[in-house]
Write a protein that binds this ligand. Structure first.
Ligand code: AMP
Length: 370
């Protein structure tokens, strides 16, 4: 029986374990947080990712280590990689943890991004705004997630306040683009280099947080899927990647004539926009991640009809009305409710798009997410 060590014990770790038990796998988690959704299912060490004593307690008996959290220190991943196989490669963490490094990496791999500039001082902010133009978004380079650490700049009068809020840490200024929609690609690469892609997913964010994913993205054309897969292939190969990787794109209007997909960010792990695959695909992203890191054959990424995933954020709605609906699947993560916290998700899976929209309207009303 194989034992997999997972850095991070949040809901992604929990769903990895749930996907791994039918394959006879065992799990051990490491997470510094007081409350960790995965600890309800498996052993969990509580400690800092940098704590060497903790890491030494974590590794004995592990067959490999993976992560469900991309801000694990790269030094920790490299330290562990000297003792036990670590997938995805620590270089993927390094590329994903800093928005400037990530965009430079995308460019080197041949992907397009929004125009951007580094900002390390107040004068550099003024210069960057002259270079990039307005509106623009000022973001922290590191540790931003779910829209945190970001300020929109609409006029030059917004600069002093934005600097007060974010200044003092390395920043990036990005041109604010008018995209048609946001889409993401879930890709998986096995240890032997086999690659598979799920169909592009359309994502809706509010206040920087993912609210809704539709899979496949409505109106998805073979051309767009191909363009996304080409981007995915380049990133996976450049990193000699193993596991599931998510790339989030801004889809630009075709009329503009430039590239249709601008890479915004990537996550070297299973991703919220792939939760629909549990019921909506032949093999879930969680199972495919485990298959990939274990060197097992990848499973089919084919869709089983159409799916929508709605995040449950801040509060959990009454379950009975949701569970009384056909085609609806509820996932709760065992977390205490708190405003802005992802507590679970609901997946609706139907044979066709018309039924999906009808069901989705009812579900959104029940979870107060219209
Ligand atoms: P991020 O943390 O980069 O994923 O940003 C959170 C959300 O803010 C994105 O999903 C977009 O909806 C929006 N956003 C971020 N960057 C840009 C940009 N450069 N132009 C337009 N919208 C953006």
């Amino acid at each position: 029986m194989k034992t997999i060590g997972i850095l991070g014990a949040g809901q992604l770790g929990r769903m990895l374990a749930l996907a791994g038990y039918p394959l006879g796998l065992r799990f051990r988690f490491l997470d510094p947080a007081a409350e960790a959704p995965a600890e309800q299912l498996a052993d969990r060490l509580t400690g800092a990712y940098e704590d060497l004593v903790c890491l030494q307690q974590f590794t004995p008996g592990l067959d490999l280590v993976t992560y469900e959290f991309e801000n694990v220190p790269v030094t920790t991943a490299r330290y562990l990689a000297q003792r036990v196989p670590v997938y995805p490669p620590p270089a993927a963490l390094e590329a994903a943890q800093d928005r400037v490094v990530e965009k430079q990496f995308f460019h080197q791999a041949g992907l397009s991004t929004v125009p951007f500039a580094e900002v390390n001082s107040r004068p550099e902010l003024t210069t960057a705004v002259q270079q990039i133009g307005l509106p623009a978004i000022l973001k922290t380079r590191r540790h931003g997630y779910d829209g945190k650490g970001q300020v929109v700049l609409r006029t030059v009068e917004d600069l002093p306040q934005a600097w007060t809020v974010l200044g003092g840490v390395p920043l990036i200024l990005e041109a604010m683009v008018s995209f048609e929609r946001e889409v993401s690609l879930l890709a998986v690469r096995g240890r032997e280099g086999t690659i598979a892609f799920y169909p592009l997913v359309q994502n809706q964010h509010r206040e920087g947080m993912l609210r809704l994913s539709l899979a496949p993205a409505p109106g998805l054309t073979a051309d767009l899927q191909q363009e996304a897969e080409e981007c995915g292939r380049r990133v996976l190969s450049a990193l000699d990647y193993v596991g599931v990787l998510a790339i989030e794109f801004f889809q630009m209007p075709a009329a503009q004539g430039g590239p249709r997909l601008l890479a915004n960010e990537m996550a070297p792990r299973v991703h919220n926009s792939g939760h629909w695959t549990i019921e909506g695909a032949e093999t879930s992203q969680f199972e495919n991640h485990l298959r990939a890191v274990l060197g097992l054959p990848l499973g089919s990424t084919a869709c089983l009809g159409c799916a929508a995933m709605i995040n449950l954020i801040g509060t959990i709605p009454p379950l009975a009305p949701l569970l009384s609906l056909p085609d609806v699947h509820v996932h709760l993560y065992g977390k205490s409710p708190r405003p802005g916290r992802k507590l679970g998700h609901v997946t609706v899976r139907t044979p066709d798009a018309a039924t999906l929209l009808a069901r989705l309207t009812v579900v959104q009303r029940l979870v107060h997410d219209e």
